[in-house]
Design a protein around this ligand. Structure first.
Ligand SMILES: Nc1ncnc2c1ncn2[C@@H]1O[C@H](COP(=O)(O)OP(=O)(O)OP(=O)(O)O)[C@@H](O)[C@H]1O
Length: 313
């Protein structure tokens, strides 16, 4: 998706909130937008989500988009499950798939006990879980999150962190605003700031090494010159590159949420790479068994990505 010369002002002759915004949002990218209160972050996100139109400039190439607004309209006449199923149908899922996906997301967020509760009777936090689930339900090409973590309990915030990084690793673009600067630390993200009507890049420290990472040891396919596939998900760090018994063996490490996507990319490369070992490393909660017992990971035993609804529109 591309924004060229995009501007927005409210009302005829009102002050420009955004002006001359040029932005590319490529598939698989994760973008954080920051700025002072009232600087125009939500305005930008509404333009990205397509629920508001620019006063100037053009936006082209928007993929199927889902949006979590700052405020969720809870007065709709649906139960939580009914609402999610309805939205899944709108996104093109069959009734059965929409209902299954809706149930799975409610369960993932620990809200399955409220499936039959009318939206208007949900607590603020549970209603936020439904707001987030509706956006994740149909695996959108662009996910726009405006302070979507606010109001979620700690467990649900973690679920959303994982879901967001999975979406980006699977090729979806994600743009988010969150007041917590540590949100998704450790996951490679571009940071932009809205200031004085402009959108500008922010120099920020490289991704924190604090989060858990996964090391993948992969063996090149037979034959000379097997190059590592380009554009591997999660921007993996190339830890080592050796030749053992005539085969090139590389060790890559990546932020944990990207590990499934990285494995898939290696296994489905042409020709495919052979996965020798997958080990969880680093992070404050380093798995005790990891250093002693790297887990052999045969191709057919690939861990499935965390369950989401199947079938895209
Ligand atoms: N619908 C609207 N009508 C008129 N003015 C608006 C509207 N929406 C936003 N504005 C104005 O546009 C400016 C930017 O608002 P916006 O909500 O985009 O900022 P923000 O950076 O998201 O703020 P916050 O951090 O407080 O959520 C503000 O001056 C706001 O008053």
């Amino acid at each position: 998706m591309r924004l060229r010369g995009v501007g927005r002002r409210y009302g005829l002759g009102g002050p420009w909130v955004l002006r001359g915004v040029d932005l590319d949002v490529p598939p698989g990218s994760l973008t954080r937008v920051q700025g002072h209160n009232g600087s125009g972050k939500s305005t930008l996100l509404r333009l990205l989500a397509g629920i508001d139109a620019p006063s100037a400039g053009r936006i082209t190439g928007r993929p199927r988009t889902a949006y979590v607004p700052e405020r969720f309209p809870a007065e709709l006449p649906f139960s939580a499950l009914g609402y999610l199923t309805h939205l899944g149908r709108i996104h093109g899922l069959s009734r059965a798939m929409a209902a299954r996906g809706a149930g799975e997301w409610l369960e993932r967020f620990g809200a399955d006990g409220y499936a039959a509760t009318p939206l208007a009777e949900l607590s603020k936090g549970t209603s936020q879980k439904v707001a987030v689930a509706q956006a994740l339900l149909a695996a959108p090409g662009l996910l726009v999150l405006d302070e979507a973590w606010t109001g979620l309990d700690q467990a649900a915030r973690g679920v959303l962190d994982t879901a967001v990084t999975e979406r980006a690793a699977d090729g979806g673009a994600v743009v988010f605003v969150d007041h917590d600067p540590r949100r998704l630390a450790g996951v490679p993200a571009r940071v932009l700031r809205v200031a004085d009507t402009r959108l500008e890049p922010v120099d920020h420290a490289p991704a924190s090494p604090a989060g858990p990472r996964v090391r993948v040891e992969a063996e090149a396919p037979p034959g000379a010159g097997a190059a590592l596939p380009t554009d591997l998900p999660g921007a993996p760090v190339h830890d080592s590159d050796t030749v053992a018994t005539g085969r090139r063996v590389v060790r890559l490490s990546v932020a944990a949420p990207y590990s499934d996507a990285l494995l898939r990319a290696l296994l489905t490369a042409r020709p495919p790479w052979h996965i020798r070992a997958v080990t969880t490393i680093g992070g404050p909660q380093e798995r005790a068994e990891a250093p002693q017992a790297p887990r052999e990971q045969p191709a057919e035993g690939l861990p499935r990505p965390v369950e989401g609804p199947e079938g895209k529109a």
